[in-house]
Design a protein around this ligand. Structure first.
Ligand SMILES: Nc1ncnc2c1ncn2[C@@H]1O[C@H](COP(=O)(O)OP(=O)(O)OP(=O)(O)O)[C@@H](O)[C@H]1O
Ligand SMILES: [Mg+2]
Length: 291
């Protein structure tokens, strides 16, 4: 992509963008090289790729925890500066929830932990209180406010960590494998919570290894392959066997079923692939009336 250096993000700049970003850990191999990645406002994106492909690294670059060795991170076309002011500005735009809640939680109680970010923004006590209440309600954990964090269950700790990010009212919420370790009901509740955040205007980027979850939850899929990141509409991208193989992934259940139904003439070209068992049941009822 060649753009003039004076306006590196073009006229309609994405909300957050990495341009030509490379990263290598101390004494480690280069993880990402010359990577372009856009976070487009309002899109829900699933980030997929093999273990060690660089998903966590990419998320840490997008949220400012790591600084690209080459290339730039921009917010609405303005390059991020990695000083205190620049990073504070970035953190009110982008919040990362790391995979292991124990790497994120440190305060004695849930409410104290969730209030840490807003307090650091220098908000008034009243504003901090209302943000904490809003975040706990959004994550459905208001009743845990005074509980010691170290006594919480894993799922409760995960929700508390996400509440801490939500309390910053970020425009972009980045979650590293947020459903890993949750039971099925916990996963559904989390997806519902993320759905509500999306409905109220938060852009969500989630790393996951679950192609079925990606298909039914995301607008777009971003696949990290050795050649770089490939982003596109989720159903079309996760139907690309070549890309899936490069990213170490299998075909999502819904896409496999749709291929079968198309081969049998039970699904027409314009029909959407089923993404859940309920959608498959609805399709079947249409295809075979009275069945
Ligand atoms: N702190 C670190 N120091 C050195 N190397 C690291 C560090 N963190 C990650 N790496 C290496 O960087 C590469 C990318 O790791 P990263 O955690 O970004 O991958 P990932 O896609 O998130 O993998 P996973 O699916 O297992 O979470 C790996 O080869 C990993 O060993
Ligand atoms: Mg990771």
């Amino acid at each position: 992509m060649s753009e003039p250096s004076a306006a590196p993000y073009g006229a309609a700049a994405p909300l957050v963008a990495l341009r030509g970003a490379s990263y290598a850990y101390e004494d480690g191999p280069t993880v990402l090289s010359g990577l372009d990645f856009d976070v487009v406002e309002g899109r829900a994106v699933a980030l997929l790729g093999r273990n060690g492909s660089g998903k966590t690294t990419l998320m840490r670059l997008l949220s400012g925890g790591l600084r690209p060795r080459t290339g730039t991170l921009g917010v609405e076309g303005v390059p991020v500066t990695y000083d205190r002011k620049g990073l504070t500005r970035l953190r009110t735009t982008v919040q990362l929830v790391v995979q292991d809640p124990d790497d994120q939680l440190f305060a004695a109680s849930v409410a104290q932990d969730v209030s840490f970010g807003p307090l650091n923004l220098g908000l008034s006590d009243g504003d901090v209180r209302s943000r904490v209440a809003e975040a706990l309600a959004a994550l459905d954990i208001a009743e845990l406010a005074d509980r010691p964090t170290h006594l919480l269950s894993y799922g409760q700790r995960k929700r508390t960590a996400i509440a801490g990010a939500v309390a910053m009212r970020p425009r972009v919420l980045i979650l590293d494998e947020p459903t890993a370790g949750l039971d099925p009901d916990g996963q559904e509740r989390l997806l519902a919570t993320l759905g509500r955040l999306r409905d109220t205007g938060t852009t969500v980027l989630m790393a996951t290894h679950d192609v079925d979850l990606a298909l039914r939850w995301a607008d777009d899929a971003a696949l990290l392959t050795p050649e770089g990141v490939r982003t596109g509409p989720v159903a079309a991208t996760l139907a690309r066997r070549d890309l899936l193989a490069r990213a170490g992934l299998g075909l999502p259940w819904g896409i496999a079923v749709a291929e079968l139904l198309r081969a049998q003439g039970l699904l027409t070209g314009t029909d959407e692939e089923p993404r859940t068992p309920d959608e498959l049941a609805a399709l079947a009822a249409r295809a075979v009336p009275g069945a």
